[in-house]
Structures are given as C-alpha cells and as structure tokens.
Design a binder for this molecule. Structure first.
Ligand code: NAP
Length: 376
C-alpha cells in the first residue's frame, strides 16, 4: 500500500494520512502513449492508485493484445471532449484527480496544418485550462496537496540548430525554436503551463506542473501502421503494396530517436511515484531512447527483424537524403533534435535503461503483416 506519510510533507509540516488512494487521470488514454501508461498503471498500481483513462472517439481499448503474450482484455474509458471547457471543468471537479497526465493532442504535423484552429484549441487552450483547474483545486482528502499536471511535449520544440544555431543534444533549458505549427503549439502548451503555474495572484498559491519532452514514439501494441510514424514505412512491404517499379522514397535525412511508449510509460510511472514523495518535483524533463536512426534505416532494421530480404526492400523503397523528396507536402521538420535526459535521471535518482531498439521494435512489428492487415 502506498505510504502517504512519505509524500505529504509540505511547507515543513506533516499532514494527515489519508486512507483513500490518489487518483491518476490520463487524457488521451486511447492514444498510443496513453494506452501504454493506462495499461501499466492498471497492471502494476491498482492497489496504490485509482486510475482513470479518458478517450474521445475511442472509448474501448484492447489492453492486453496477444502480442504481449497474454490474454487480451477490453478496457472501457470515460469520454471527455477537452475542447468543451465547461464539460472539462465539471469532469475534473467530479473526479478530483491528484495527478493529471495530459497525453491528448493533435500530434500529426500534417493533420495539424490542415485543421489549425481546432488543433491549437486542443494542444494549447485545453492544456492551459487543465493547468488552471489543477492550480485552483486541491485533493479532497488532502487539502494542502496541489494537483499536479504532467504535460507531454515534444523534441520538435527545438529546430535542430537550423535558425537558432543551438545544436543537439538539447538540455531542458536549451533555447526552443519550433519550426512547424505542431511544434509551436506544443511549445505554447508548455508556456501556458509555466504561466499558469507561476501565477500566484488572487490568493491562489502557485501550482505544480511537469513538462515531459519526448521524441518520435511508437506503440508496441499498434494494429494500424499509420498510427506510428516509426512503423508506417512498413506499408511498402504489405502484400497489397504496388510493385510496379516505382520505388517509395523514405526519409534518410532526419535522425530520429524512436522510443517505445512502453518505456516512456515506465518513466512516467517513476515520475508519478516520485511526485508523491517529493512535493517540490516540478519543471521540464526529457525522456528519450539513445538509439538514433533515420526512417529509411528503421525500414531496413524492421525488414531484417521480419526476415524480409534486402532485395525485396530495395525493389520497393529507397532512402531520400532530401526531406522534401520523401514527402513534398510535409510540414518542415528539423534534422536532429536529440534530447539529453541527464536532468531526468538526476531528479529521479536513477537512470532508466531503455530497451534496445531491435528488441522493442521486434515486439512492435511482431505478427507483420497479418496483425496489421487484420487490425481494426
Ligand atoms: P495519439 O496516439 O495521437 O492520441 C491522441 C489522443 O488524443 C487520443 O487518445 C485521442 O482520443 C485524444 N483526443 C483527440 N482529440 C481529443 C479531444 N477533443 N478531447 C479529448 N481527447 C482527444 O497521441 P500519442 O502519440 O499517444 O501522443 C501522446 C502525447 O505525446 C501527445 O501530447 C503528443 O503531442 C506527444 N508526442 C507524441 C509523439 C509521437 O511520435 N507519437 C512524439 C512526441 C510527442 P480518441 O482517439 O479517443 O479520439
């Protein structure tokens, strides 16, 4: 059972022990990262935390895909449209979370550009609103406990040095300079949290926020290749893919650090546990695998893992050194935004070992192509 006496020393005073479990609320629990975190918290902390997952259009998620070697389990999520300010206020007041992990976002740069207004509302305005709700509320059983907002941001807040001349690897305090609308909105979300949490006016004391920047992510439970940009290149190797001689150009220019959502979820769990032990725990942290690779390099790795011959890959795809050649209409992207995670491990008091890329990518692609052809 969670020891509350560890976590509730605030302003030098011990507070009353609570018998109720802290509530952890996850927005975007139907999404790639939210699913992994929701599953992990339910699996490992159901005795400690009351875990609530929120979805929007997907309210039923398959938590234990056979891919993980266990029986599959369907989990229901609660529905909330974060664009509805009043509904969000009412939801938070009803559930009184101790920690909100805000994973919901429009995160596809190209989809973002095609619906900018709504995307900004979700990525920035809903973040600001959740920050205000956290700052202005308290835990029902622990009146001096200020709910914590953990906001998931992106390495795309950095420009790779193209304009800023600030080059990777980036520290949390490195100068941000996002170069596409998605990156700007995520950075505006960060700024909204800093503004709200540092504002101690109207007799409301400062709030607590944690910003977690992550690089390109992939789920190990995806059944749609489109869901993860680190898997979507595999579409060229689907049996249905055209073999008319036109090779698909795949970006071989930008260096990514693809990170499994399972690993990010594990680090988020460490952060959640730590937040109850250290009530000063706040700020900006980086969480990223150290294994760098281009998208074309990923396709080559994935095909090796799946025993697809090099000749077949070469027949269907080729690497593109020019990012515009791979996708002429794509939003601009930086070449490398590697994140330095030292501050994260220092704050948590331990270094997290990320799964080797081959290992986690092996799990993520297991069952190809059937799993992805059958995916619903
Ligand atoms: P995702 O798979 O695209 O999931 C997005 C989530 O947002 C879904 O659960 C979706 O719910 C929810 N959502 C969309 N509109 C909503 C609304 N109006 N109200 C409430 N919920 C809404 O995202 P992800 O890949 O898990 O990303 C998680 C976080 O990491 C995001 O903040 C993202 O910016 C950040 N990030 C992701 C990557 C990456 O490579 N994926 C890289 C860097 C940073 P429904 O599906 O139920 O509609």
């Amino acid at each position: 059972m969670f020891d509350w006496s560890l976590g509730l020393i605030r302003r030098g005073q011990n507070t009353t022990m609570s018998t109720s479990s802290p509530t952890i609320l996850i927005t975007g629990a139907s999404g790639m990262l939210g699913r992994a975190l929701h599953r992990l918290l339910i699996q490992e902390t159901s005795q400690t935390y009351n875990v609530i997952g929120i979805g929007f259009s997907r309210l039923t998620v398959n938590h234990y895909h056979e891919h993980f070697g266990g029986a599959s389990k369907t989990v229901e999520l609660l529905q909330l449209n974060l664009l509805d300010v009043d509904a969000t206020t009412e939801f938070i007041e009803r559930h009184r979370p101790d920690i909100i992990v805000h994973c919901a976002a429009q995160r596809f740069p190209d989809a973002f550009e095609s619906n900018i207004e709504e995307s900004i509302q979700l990525n920035v305005d809903s973040t600001r609103h959740l920050a205000k709700l956290c700052r202005e509320s308290t835990s029902p059983s622990r009146p001096d406990y200020k709910p914590l907002l953990i906001y998931i941001s992106t390495s795309y807040v950095f420009d790779g040095g193209i304009e800023s001349k600030v080059y990777p690897p980036y520290m949390p305090e490195s100068k941000a300079n996002p170069i596409n609308s998605y990156g700007k909105s995520k950075y505006d979300g960060e700024r909204a949290i800093r503004e709200v949490m540092n504002d101690a006016t109207n007799n409301v004391s400062e709030g607590r926020g944690i910003i977690v920047r992550v690089p390109l992510l992939y789920g190990e439970d995806c059944v749609k290749l489109d869901e993860a940009p680190a898997l979507e290149m595999l579409k060229v190797l689907l049996p249905s893919s055209s073999t008319t001689g036109t090779k698909k150009k795949i970006d071989d220019w930008a260096l990514r650090f693809p990170t499994s959502c399972e690993d990010v979820a594990r680090v988020l769990k460490l952060m959640i546990d730590h937040a109850f032990v250290d009530n000063q725990f706040a700020g900006t942290y980086h969480v990223a695998s150290p294994y760098g690779i281009t998208k074309f390099g990923l396709l080559q790795l994935q095909s090796r893992l799946l025993n697809i011959s090099k000749d077949e890959v070469d027949d269907r795809a080729e690497g593109a050194d020019d990012p515009k050649a791979a996708n002429p209409s794509a939003a601009p992207r930086p070449q490398c935004t590697q994140l330095n995670c030292d501050d994260t491990w220092a704050a948590l008091g331990k270094t997290f070992e990320f799964a080797p890329l081959e290992e986690a990518m092996g799990r993520a692609t297991q069952g190809f192509p059937k799993r992805f052809l059958d995916g619903t």
